[in-house]
Ligand binder design. Structure first.
Ligand code: NAD
Length: 365
């Protein structure tokens, strides 16, 4: 099957390419002025990144930097080590960064590229479903601090994104399924065909190399592109649409669950639980039909994602939700649906509705 190219319009337009064996496209995206390329890769993926490094050394001076695994990459000391290495390597404004790994690597690498000399070219090569459909597209980069996730960051659009589906072959099944949480979220907020595909296929058929997986990934990337192009700097949407905030469907409770579980619950898993929670909330606020609440449960559960949580008291999760970045003052805000593809903001739901929605996903008081 040939590659698919999706264009991201905006002040700094770029393409997202989905297909197989895409590394050969890197020189054309990086451009002719680049002399040095820093490859910031997930340290666990040293074997997988080697062909990319081998190709780049034919064209550039290459500095390959292995990053600590997962979230441990997204820290100020790791960013600082990368800046020092770029300095020692003599990286100038016209040089470039290539990131290779899951969302933690693309976030850290994107942040280093955004801040080195106030911004150098970056190309993302995401290696997880989640990074392909979410982290690598849209220009958000960031690192964590002691106070929470993604609190320091910058908007920095990549020069290109290469989603090489062959790289998913080594991804552990739990990580693969967690990425589908964000894909199914895109189905609810914008593209019901995603839900139809999930419902029409067995979870066992959603393998790294299946055509349906490819279609799901492409559709989810299209949803993300459409949303970010309409709201590049997260300033808000038009005509009642929540803008980029819609991508946070299910995320307010998800972030609280991730923190509460000490990050034992994966992001995509927490999003599945959080989406069922806001569907219950929307039903109580009178806007979402009960059958669609049930459709949330069945769609996420069908691929093996959790839809209940009972490891925290309601009070603990409510307090954790209040410090979420998306909250305003003391008032909780949620993206909810009136129907599939019809999102809006629900600000300040009643304590009774919040409690009832939490009870409906199996939570205690
Ligand atoms: P991750 O980057 O931590 O990767 C998960 C695990 O999978 C890691 O252990 C990694 O080594 C391993 N892995 C990755 N690719 C592999 C492969 N092909 N084969 C084998 N193992 C592989 O996690 P993630 O879920 O990809 O990304 C989560 C991060 O993305 C979070 O930090 C989140 O904040 C960020 N994120 C950012 C945005 C954004 O807009 N910038 C959006 C969503 C999420």
């Amino acid at each position: 099957m040939s590659d698919t190219t999706l264009h991201v319009a905006g002040a700094a337009p770029y393409d997202v390419v989905i297909g197989h064996d895409l590394t050969g496209r890197l020189p054309a995206i990086l451009g002719e002025s680049v002399e040095r390329v820093a490859v910031l890769y997930a340290g666990e993926l040293a074997e997988q990144v080697q062909p990319l490094v081998d190709l780049l050394v034919e064209h550039y001076d290459v500095l390959a930097l292995g990053l600590p695994d997962g979230e441990r990459a997204k820290t100020a000391p790791v960013a600082s080590d990368c800046w020092e290495a770029l300095g020692e390597g003599g990286f100038t404004r016209s040089d470039a960064v290539v990131t290779f790994g899951g969302g933690a690597s693309t976030d850290l690498g994107g942040f280093v590229a955004a801040t080195w000399l106030r911004g150098v070219r970056v190309v993302h090569v995401p290696t997880t479903v989640l990074a392909m459909v979410d982290a690598a597209v849209g220009g958000k980069t960031g690192i964590n601090t002691g106070a929470g996730k993604n609190l320091v960051g910058a908007f920095h659009e990549p020069a290109g994104v290469l989603c090489d589906l062959s790289l998913l072959a080594t991804l552990p099944r739990d990580e693969f399924v967690a990425g589908l949480g964000e894909v199914i979220k895109c189905g609810f907020i914008a593209d019901p065909v995603i839900l139809d595909l999930v419902e029409a296929n067995d979870a066992a058929d959603l393998t790294a190399d299946s055509d349906v997986t490819r279609e799901l990934i492409e559709r989810a990337i299209r949803v993300k592109i459409d949303v970010v192009v309409d709201d590049l700097r997260e300033t808000g949407g038009v005509a009642g649409h929540p803008g980029r905030e819609v991508l946070n469907y299910g995320h307010t409770l998800a972030h609280a669950i991730e923190r509460n579980s000490g990050y034992a619950v994966r992001h995509g898993e927490a999003v599945a639980i959080g989406a069922v929670f806001v569907a219950e909330l929307a039903a109580r606020a009178g806007s979402l039909a009960p059958a669609l609440v049930e459709r949330h449960r069945t769609a996420f559960a069908r691929v093996g994602l959790p839809t209940t949580y009972d490891d925290a008291s309601f009070e603990d999760l409510r307090d954790a939700m209040k410090i979420d970045k998306k909250s305003r003052g003391n008032q909780l805000r949620f993206v909810v649906l009136d129907d599939i593809g019809r999102p809006r903001i629900l600000a300040g739901p009643t304590e009774d509705d919040l409690r009832a929605a939490y009870a409906a996903i199996g939570g205690g008081s």
